[in-house]
Design a protein around this ligand. Structure first.
Ligand code: COD
Ligand code: ZN
Ligand code: ZN
Length: 374
């Protein structure tokens, strides 16, 4: 057994922005108290990882990126009682400590123990378990999954169904949940309602899946790239429109299509102008707008506050509003029991060593999701 020993393994180390990831041999120290060492089996390539590579996100280097994954527990540290070697797990980029003010609020899914706000790159004890060439390697948003083995805090890992196919359910660790949860949890889409989804990337398509599962009658998909429409329809869009085909504001077009406005509008691009369009396209009495996309750091959203006085609702969440430790296992169960399916989001599968190719596919828009297998 490797328990209690340092593991030498392969990892994709990011030494700095604007350079390819480098496959290196690293050392992974055993888990300390309330930590879990995980053998990663499959990991997705997400836009947020690329934000570090492009220099848009400020983190400490060197770092091991990756946050959308599934794996198997190799060993656990002292005090970890709910997990044992061999358990299938998904690392959680928003932890759920269960004790903080956010965790105690049933309507919040954030946790004060997160590393999303400051990117300190360390575990709860302020150190990491990774070294490479004698240097400390930092952790990424409580997870770090571009490695054969990682160590995470026990508040940042969920035990999942033993029959779950890890090369699929890894998407529940980020992209799928972010979209799907935005529909079923943050918006709480009602049966028979009308929805519009702006932006048809992997996350937007997952919003469509959620709207459909929730029983929406009308799901209007909006994108400037009409190549995205076929997949959108496959996942449940009832109509697809391209703003470029109209010479008037898209909210006016949507109002005509939906008897005055949609019940639910989702912005899944990260464009503050589109956020305002989404708000305007929601029905003036009780229409709900959910911001899913992360806008550039200094961008601000502006709108006439009168839009709100008639009763529109504007909200948003990371990770689809999912309380990570509670909702990830449930979502995996729903996948195993065939209540949901998102296999169509996975357009590419590559061996882990070809990780840089995975990022190329993301950058040139050729992939929806690439899953790397170890
Ligand atoms: N009008 C209509 N469509 C547009 C426009 C526009 N003006 N601009 C771009 N689009 C379309 C593009 O053609 C594309 O199809 C789509 O919008 C965007 O898709 P992708 O593939 O770039 O993006 P996704 O789906 O992988 O993710 C997009 C998000 C914005 C949701 C993502 O980047 C994000 O911000 N996620 C939320 C933040 C978060 O939770 N982060 C934590 C860990 S990831
Ligand atoms: Zn992500
Ligand atoms: Zn908490």
């Amino acid at each position: 057994s490797t328990a209690g020993k340092v593991i030498k393994c392969k990892a994709a180390v990011c030494w700095g922005p604007k350079q390819p990831l480098s496959i290196e041999e690293i050392e992974v120290a055993p888990p300390k108290a309330h930590e879990v060492r995980i053998k990663i089996v499959a990991t997705g390539v997400c836009r947020s990882d690329d934000h570090v590579l492009s220099g848009a996100l400020d983190v400490n280097f060197p770092i091991i990126l990756g946050h959308e994954a599934a794996g198997i527990v190799e060993s656990v540290g002292e005090g970890v009682t709910n997990l044992k070697p061999g358990d299938k797990v998904i690392p959680l980029f928003i932890p759920q400590c269960g004790k903080c003010r956010c965790c105690k609020n049933p309507d919040s899914n954030f946790c004060v123990k997160n590393d999303l706000e400051k990117f300190n790159g360390v575990l709860q004890d302020n150190t990491t378990r990774f070294t490479c060439k004698g240097k400390t390697v930092y952790n990424f948003i409580s997870t770090s999954t571009f490695t054969e083995y990682t160590v995470v805090d026990d508040i940042a890992v969920a035990k999942i169904h033993p029959d779950a196919p890890l090369d699929k359910v890894c998407l529940i660790g980020c992209g799928f949940s972010t979209g799907y949860g935005s529909a079923v949890k943050t918006a709480k889409v009602k049966p028979g309602s009308s929805c519009v989804v702006f932006g048809l990337g992997g996350v937007g398509l997952s919003v469509i899946i959620g709207c459909k599962v929730a029983g929406a009658a009308k799901i209007i998909a909006v994108d400037v790239n009409p190549d995205k429409f076929a997949k959108a329809k496959e996942f449940g869009a009832t109509e697809c429109i391209n703003p470029k085909d109209y010479d008037r504001p898209i909210n006016e077009v949507l109002a005509e299509m939906t008897d005055g406005g949609v019940d639910y509008a989702f912005e899944v691009i990260g464009n503050t102008g589109i956020m305002t369009s989404a708000l305007k396209s929601s029905f003036f009495c009780g229409g709900k707008t959910v911001i899913v996309g992360l806008a550039p750091s200094n961008a601000t959203m502006t709108f006439d506050p009168m839009l709100m006085l008639t009763g529109r609702v504007l909200t948003g969440a990371f990770f689809g509003g999912f309380k990570s430790k509670d909702d990830v296992p449930q979502t995996v169960d729903d996948y195993v029991n065939k209540k949901i399916n998102f296999d169509g989001l996975i357009t590419h599968e590559l061996p882990f060593e070809q990780i840089n190719e995975g990022f190329e596919l993301l950058r040139n828009g050729k992939s929806i999701r690439t899953v790397l297998n170890f």
